[in-house]
Design a protein around this ligand. Sequence first.
Ligand code: PLP
Length: 401
Amino acid sequence: MTGHVPEWLGRYAASLLPVFGTPQTVLSHGQGCYVVDVDGKRYLDLLAGIAVNTLGHGHPALVDAVTKQASQLVHVSNFFTSQPQVELAEALLRIAEAPAGSAVFFANSGTEAIEAAVKLSRRTGRGTIVAAENAFHGRTTGALALTWKPAYREPFEPLIGRILHVPFDDEAALRAAVASAGDDLAAVVLEPIQGEGGVIPSSAAYLRLARELTTAAGALLILDEIQTGMGRTGHWFAHQSRGIRPDAMTLAKGLAGGVPIGALVTFGAQVTGLLGAGQHGSTFGGNPLACAAGLAVVETIESDGLLAHARAMGEHLVVAVDAVGHPLVDGVRGEGLLRAIALTRPVAPAAMTAAREAGFLVNAVAPDALRLAPPLVVTAEELDTFVAALPGILDAAGAGE
Ligand SMILES: *Cc1c(COP(=O)(O)O)cnc(C)c1O
């Protein structure tokens, strides 16, 4: 054992609750789309903290916003507000093309945004929520009930009841579940693209059906855009490319470029009116530091044209990976810069390790799929270095089977 990584991992194992298993390495610093570990090994970060580091690492706009805000006010409590909080809420409503009466609640994480959405849905006076198989909505006990993976859920049951999980992107199954919930249907909760589930896009027709069915049932359509939002798919929010508007959406991950934040956006005065004074809250939620970071993210995506850039880089990646023509590659799915390279055999964990050894951070989101969610500022040249290394990475992964 040489170097600092094993030593730090030993200390990690002796001091951290082991819920994440052994970390892959110990990171020290980063710049742009690169990160460096404590042994000085440099990696191209094609995961961006799981779709979080929207602007990469050390982006001057984010550094300046956080530095300036930290010197002014970090926290004020929700007995008070601050300019960044109001400005970020206004910016989110603008980019969401939200109608009059829409509003934002700020939390600190994705799972908390989902908790707020579950409470919102309870205020309809109904109790059944339809969610999708393979869905991921977070780990707190309310959000966990909506999350699909039995291994995450079952050790903690009983969770909140009346959750119906239906096969994703299956119109007949959605119709049947909505019909069976009847007058008790409070909400349908869906990810436009299932992220943790393997980067599985829904069709526009499916989300439009979900919109029609919830409207007809007097229930809420709640979209979880925690992973797909904030420009990740080349649109501010993935639902915008599908021509529908939800009643509420949850945000987190990329919203403040890595500073912890979550948000629930309610569309229209009727939905906004479901949660009244005293019915929800958070000590840290909406603090000026996180909101200033969020504003820097929104402003930089706009000033640097990063929505169009994310679409172009996503297309570039698809074309480049297809051109490699490796026998283990079964295509690239996803939208914008939320992508998975589908593999013909379940060698994604080995490919992730081989990629890391070659200096690239990617994620085995499924046994047969490698997720790429790079910073939105990634360049074609940076993506090309990964694509050039991909045959060797996949050969190594295939050989190790
Ligand atoms: C990551 C994620 C969550 C949970 O967010 P946390 O910040 O980890 O609590 C919920 N929904 C989706 C779609 C996610 O990708």
